[in-house]
Design a protein around this ligand. Structure first.
Ligand SMILES: Cc1cc2nc3c(=O)[nH]c(=O)nc-3n(C[C@H](O)[C@H](O)[C@H](O)COP(=O)(O)OP(=O)(O)OC[C@H]3O[C@@H](n4cnc5c(N)ncnc54)[C@H](O)[C@@H]3O)c2cc1C
Length: 481
């Protein structure tokens, strides 16, 4: 086990704050650097920041990420509930009309906490900045410091820090999708990581509403009509705490939703399920609509570098940034921080730590990437750079994974994949693959009772338990049934 004197974390959003939490037990001092102020109090503390332009958009945290964050910051789940966030059953309380069928609702112990993203970030910030060895510097990271031979990173150049530099034993880059580390290591004489893109040109328009009691049918807490190649538009209505709901209208493949309320009424009419338009007729807006557009999935292959400088670790969106529809980014940020903390706890020295962290993070990022890219690949308009376009068979399988959620076995596969995944062995495991194959070869058609777009399903008797999904041996039995 090694102890660091000073670690510098570049970026004070989810990945940076969680990395600081993971480092805290093993570093005497941790400095979190962000170009934005990171207030704990006052009117700006719980609102979206400039450096996180996606802050006003709907954010859903997968259960796996929630669990990892709880390990890093014990008690954070209860703190969020005390702040007005709300907990729901991820399988029973939400309905999704996708590719012509409603996802099955079944009771589960997959409980997810719903929040507005700025409040969530603030709750994490409040916990991390309360740690006695964590301080914040407001400044812009513009490069790395390194030993004269470039073999070791020894700090960061930070515009705004005293003297413009921060010396450190370890630098963690959590500056998000626009991270400059590839160029910074190039300046030190290393190759940049290969960059992969799968572009699907998607756009969100998110706003917050108040829904009167009973506005959602059948006791639902949230509902969505998902985009598909036949209709590139979708809407998700999800609770976001304190009795409010976030509404995210979105479009894929270069089709963007409107960004004003008047045009929205027409937009709702175009969705695959008319239930959304019915619900939204009763909604009372509680915020402005905030639009956001992004090209799509971006993956930097940090784990594949043939040579790298010691003492530089890259986490969060700086490694992989996804089409946000699949809600994976914050979970990946949490997993990256966890990998960093675990690797540091196991290491006898900092030598090789960077290599170990990126090597462990790579397969986790790849699972999330495969899911996002697989799902995006069903759109013929998807563009691939440094990525082999998937075969027709892989595209079919991706579609089966999302379309086949109207029966229990498939719901279990989907929940394993989307709520609790990031276990590469599981998703690639024969039982999951066989289940998907069976759905494909049996020419699965959803049961007629789940295809009426006007009628979301009731809760089906039975229970999905996370433990069964997590244990491949147990899950094998259930999935086969
Ligand atoms: C529209 C949209 C919706 C999303 N929805 C979800 C969702 O439902 N679920 C989910 O899990 N994820 C979602 N995400 C992804 C999620 O927002 C990110 O994965 C998450 O914020 C973790 O990112 P990060 O901390 O790595 O980077 P970011 O959140 O992008 O933060 C980067 C930080 O670095 C700072 N910074 C950047 N450059 C510098 C610099 N040079 N010097 C100093 N500071 C710097 C910025 O100010 C910022 O604070 C969504 C993303 C988008 C775009």
């Amino acid at each position: 086990m090694t102890t660091i004197d000073h670690a510098v974390v570049l970026g004070g959003s989810i990945a940076g704050l969680l990395s600081a939490a993971a480092l805290a037990p093993r570093a005497h001092r941790i400095t979190v650097v962000d170009r934005d102020p990171l207030p704990l109090e006052g009117p700006d503390a719980q609102v979206a920041r400039r450096g996180v332009p996606q802050g006003d958009q709907i954010h859903h945290l997968l259960m796996r990420g929630q669990e990892r964050i709880e390990e890093l910051l014990p008690g954070i789940g209860d703190e969020l509930l005390a702040l007005g966030c709300e907990k729901y059953d991820d399988v029973a309380d939400f309905s999704q009309f996708v590719d012509g069928a409603w996802r099955m609702r079944i009771q589960s112990d997959l409980k997810v906490t719903m929040f507005r993203r700025p409040l969530f970030e603030w709750a994490i910030r409040r916990r991390v900045l309360a740690l006695s060895n964590v301080t914040v510097v407001k400044g812009m990271a513009v490069g790395l410091l390194a030993s004269s031979d470039g073999a070791r990173v020894s700090g960061a150049k930070v515009r705004g820090a005293p003297g413009g530099t921060l010396a450190a034993d370890l630098v963690v880059d959590a500056t998000g999708r626009g991270s400059r580390s590839p160029f910074w290591i190039e300046d030190l004489g290393y190759e940049r990581p290969v960059e992969r893109h799968v572009r699907i040109y998607m756009g969100y328009s998110t706003w917050t509403v108040r829904l009167p009691e009973g506005a959602l049918p059948k006791g639902l807490a949230g509902i969505s009509a998902s985009a598909s190649p036949a209709n590139p538009f979708g809407v998700a209505i999800r609770p976001c705490g304190n009795g409010l709901h976030d509404v995210a209208a979105y479009g894929m493949a270069g089709h963007y939703p409107p960004d004003d309320l008047d045009a929205m009424a027409g937009f709702f009419e175009e969705l695959d399920s008319p239930v959304i338009a019915d619900v939204m007729k009763k909604a009372v807006p509680a915020s402005e609509i905030v639009p956001y557009r992004m090209p799509g999935n971006q993956r930097r292959m940090w784990e594949d570098l043939p040579r790298r400088p010691e003492n530089l670790v890259v986490v969060g969106d700086a490694v992989t940034s996804f089409n946000p529809i699949y809600g994976q980014g914050m979970t990946m940020a949490a997993l990256g921080a966890g990998v960093l903390g675990d690797a540091l706890a196991e290491a006898g020295t900092l030598d090789g730590l960077a290599e170990t962290v990126q090597a462990r993070l790579g397969p986790l990022a790849q699972v999330a990437w495969d899911l996002a890219v697989g799902a995006d690949s069903v759109y013929p308009q998807a563009e691939y750079e440094n990525v082999e376009p998937p075969s027709a068979r892989d595209r079919d399988r991706a579609r089966a994974q999302s379309a086949a959620q109207s029966a229990e076995g498939a719901v279990r596969v989907a929940m394993r994949a989307t709520a609790l995944y990031m276990d590469p062995a599981y998703l690639g495991s024969p039982v999951v693959q066989e289940t998907i194959d069976r759905w494909l070869t049996s020419g699965h058609k959803p049961a007629p009772e789940v295809t009426d777009p006007t009628d979301p399903p009731d809760v089906t008797p039975g229970v999905v338990r996370a433990a069964d999904l997590l244990e491949p041996a147990t899950a094998a039995g259930r999935l086969a049934g």
